[in-house]
Design a protein around this ligand. Structure first.
Ligand code: ZN
Length: 243
């Protein structure tokens, strides 16, 4: 009875399809699949990814790239390559898929599952802060009440556990859930991992356990499509290295 949290797809259709096939193999349906933001930006298939996410994820959270395309976040804040990809995405995105992006939530509380979902950080989610350090985590544990908080944004997967004494412990691959322990989990990135492992990354959880999962996909195929679309070379090259 597992749930999946997928994040930072970034218009990478091959990576998203590989992860969805992995969810199919595990029998995880739409009702138990949550998306943590950045459907678009960087990659060559924004329309296909938005449509597939709408079809396959029960909850859709907005990321800074999604809001960038919608004009809700100032794209001068992005680096030049990211900005070029956002402009390209604005041109090719259909009006219907734009409407879908507009429907994404900034945060979502799942009562039954005792889970909080946000793209960047529970504190000031619309500011797109990066939650990277134990110090960041310490502050952010005060901005949600649930047992588990899932985030994305940095494309760096981790599990930070807060034990009842207040001490924080970091896990890289998985952890058995203690009670009343609380957790901030970065589900990593489907479409542009940056932790040195180029495989797609997502998170699985149930009542007892959280786990980070890696899935290989056709990186060459995505790179060819990005070249054909004229997307910036550094964005194409980084996929192979996972940085
Ligand atoms: Zn992202």
């Amino acid at each position: 009875m597992d749930y999946a949290v997928i994040s930072d797809v970034h218009s990478n259709l091959e990576a998203l399809q590989a992860v969805l096939a992995d969810l199919d193999r595990r029998g995880i349906k739409k009702e138990r699949t949550f998306f943590c933001g950045d459907a678009v930006g960087y990659g060559p298939n924004p329309n296909e990814c938005v449509e597939l996410l709408r079809e396959r994820a029960k909850v859709l959270i907005a990321g800074n790239h999604d809001w960038g395309v919608l004009g809700l976040t100032d794209i001068n804040y992005f680096n030049p390559n990211a900005r070029a990809a956002i402009r390209w995405t604005e041109e090719v995105l259909t009006p219907e898929n734009r409407l879908t992006l507009e429907s994404f939530f900034l945060v979502k509380r799942l009562k039954k599952e005792n889970v909080f979902l946000v793209h960047g950080s529970p504190k000031e989610p619309e500011e797109w802060h990066y939650l990277l350090t134990l110090f960041d985590a310490e502050i952010n544990f005060n901005y949600f009440e649930e047992r588990l908080c899932f985030i994305g944004h940095s494309h760096l997967p981790f599990i930070m556990e807060r034990v009842p004494s207040g001490e924080l412990v970091v896990h890289k691959e998985g952890v058995e859930l203690g009670s009343p322990h609380r957790y901030i989990v970065n589900a990593g990135s489907i479409g542009q991992p940056r932790d040195g492992d180029p495989r797609a990354c997502y998170a699985l959880f149930n009542e007892e356990r959280v786990e980070l999962v890696r899935v290989p996909y056709d990186i060459d195929g995505v790179q060819r499509k990005m070249s054909a679309a004229g997307l910036p070379l550094p964005l194409i090259e980084r996929l192979r290295r996972g940085v």
